[in-house]
Write a protein that binds this ligand. Structure first.
Ligand code: ATP
Ligand code: MG
Length: 203
């Protein structure tokens, strides 16, 4: 029986931008995934940055950005959970929900170089296949060294997606909004309009 293949895109999505969308679409095509589930993170114990949007706003922006793609799904599993949410718990939950399924955790290089700090990273790496895209904010050397270390210590390989660098981040978009600069084309229009309407990130 052929396995169902699901990609998981976890993120703060504060806000979601075309980097996330291109990454998910490219991973879907490269690994012939059936679906990609976007999972906005819950409320962190302390706000990571002052003007962080509420979980419901980040969830709604993620919905708006993905609504025109039938293969993209948004899950509220992490924003519905009380307290700190960990990827391992989410993946364990999903593996119980979906039988006969292979999970592909889709990330950018900055997530991979932090992986040894993730809760139960060893188990996590055994439950899903990690794929990553290079980012300009992480040197290729550092990414490649981390991937070798993971392979040596845990015996699993992390695939690097053959896609161009996309030098866009939510941080950069939030800064632009603060400075009253245009964010047109950095994210879908629907998300840009949502940000304006809800006056997000202006202070
Ligand atoms: P912030 O600047 O607030 O950290 P971000 O742009 O990094 O935002 P996140 O929500 O933190 O976005 O990212 C979710 C996932 O998507 C992470 O694994 C991250 O590495 C990846 N990602 C985000 N932007 C890009 C990009 N431009 N290229 C490749 N991967 C990306
Ligand atoms: Mg980030």
């Amino acid at each position: 029986m052929t396995k169902y293949k699901i990609g998981i895109m976890g993120g703060t999505f504060d806000p979601i931008h075309i980097g996330h969308l291109i990454l998910a679409e490219e991973a879907k095509n490269y690994f012939e995934l059936d679906k990609v589930i976007f999972i906005p993170t819950g409320r962190p114990p302390h706000k990571y940055w002052d003007n962080m949007a509420e979980p419901i706003n980040r969830y709604e922006m993620t919905l708006l950005a993905t609504i025109d793609n039938p293969d993209f799904i948004v899950s509220s599993i992490e924003i519905d959970r009380e307290g700190t949410t960990y990827t391992i718990d989410t993946i364990k939950y999903l593996t119980k929900q979906y039988n006969n399924t292979e999970f592909y955790f889709i990330t950018g290089a900055d997530s991979i170089v932090e992986i040894f700090n993730w809760k139960n990273f060893k188990e996590l790496l055994s439950l899903c296949r990690f794929v990553t895209a290079k980012r300009t904010i992480v040197s290729d050397n550092k990414l490649e060294n981390t991937i070798s270390e993971i392979e040596k210590k845990i015996g699993v390989n992390i695939d690097i997606l053959p896609i161009p660098y996309i030098d866009i981040s939510s941080t950069n978009i939030r800064n632009k909004i603060k400075k009253n600069e245009s964010i047109k084309y950095y994210l879908p229009d629907s998300v840009r309009e949502y940000i304006l309407k809800n006056k997000l990130y202006i202070d």
